[in-house]
Design a protein around this ligand. Structure first.
Ligand code: FES
Length: 97
């Protein structure tokens, strides 16, 4: 999947429908991250989640997940985010999902 870097807001999230899946993209100070849209806590959308440093906070109950390895940083769940590899090619984001 390829999308333009310009489509990704500086501090927010962006959802892409791809091959029957919804992929959430966001930026952190460490780069661009791509993940399955659903929060591992109660399978609600992470869209609108806040990115702070190297974690994303779910907008529903506030669970936090590390954007580098997907692990939960919250007692709400021990399940991790499903992350997808990201590569930057010029002004395009390539996601292997
Ligand atoms: S659904 Fe994300 S924290 Fe509950």
């Amino acid at each position: 999947m390829r999308i333009s870097l310009a489509q990704l807001p500086a501090n927010g999230t962006h959802i892409v429908d791809y091959d029957g899946r919804r992929v959430l993209l966001c930026r952190s100070p460490k780069g661009i991250h791509a993940m399955a849209e659903m929060c591992p806590h109660q399978k609600l959308s992470l869209d609108g989640g806040r990115v702070r440093g190297d974690f994303i906070m779910c907008p529903h109950h506030g669970a936090r997940f590390n954007l580098e390895d997907g692990r939960s940083l919250s007692p709400l769940t021990t399940n991790s985010l499903t992350l997808y590899p990201v590569r930057i090619d010029g002004d395009m984001i390539e996601v292997d999902c």
